[in-house]
Design a protein around this ligand. Structure first.
Ligand code: 5GP
Ligand code: ZN
Length: 114
């Protein structure tokens, strides 16, 4: 997708701090971190939202990458959150599906305005 910011990151047209990459998945640091660890795990295929994500094999690869990132950033045992914002009321801003991996602080279930 020509005007998709995450496709541009995947194609290295704009810089990012990439922490993991393979054939199908990329992970990079969020530019505006909401926690000490805030990594975005992104399938390389342009899929707009979770609603459009209909590739179970790729889903497993994405989730396995989230687990690996948590381990690599030493939050697997202390705890972390994997979050997907979906569409407008879910707070989605970038319409290339991505999984936030957040850790290094305490999260509560209810976080209004975040
Ligand atoms: P959403 O609200 O769509 O789930 O989250 C989009 C996330 O992408 C936000 O947390 C935002 O900080 C991050 N983001 C937006 N633009 C860029 C960028 O150019 N580079 C990086 N690394 N993160 C970005
Ligand atoms: Zn894209």
């Amino acid at each position: 997708m020509a005007d998709c910011i995450f496709c541009k990151i995947i194609n290295k047209e704009i810089p990012s701090e990439i922490v993991y990459e393979d054939e199908n998945v990329i992970a990079f640091k969020d530019i505006n971190p909401k926690a000490p660890v805030h990594i975005l795990v992104v399938p390389k295929k342009h899929i707009p939202t979770l609603n459009d994500f209909d590739d179970p094999d790729l889903m497993v690869k994405v989730m396995e990458t989230c687990k690996k990132i948590a381990k690599d950033f030493n939050v697997a045992e202390s705890g972390y959150r994997v979050l997907v914002n979906v569409n407008k009321e879910g707070g989605q801003v970038i319409y290339h599906v991505h999984f936030h991996v957040l850790g290094g602080r305490l999260f509560k279930f209810e976080q209004k305005g975040e």
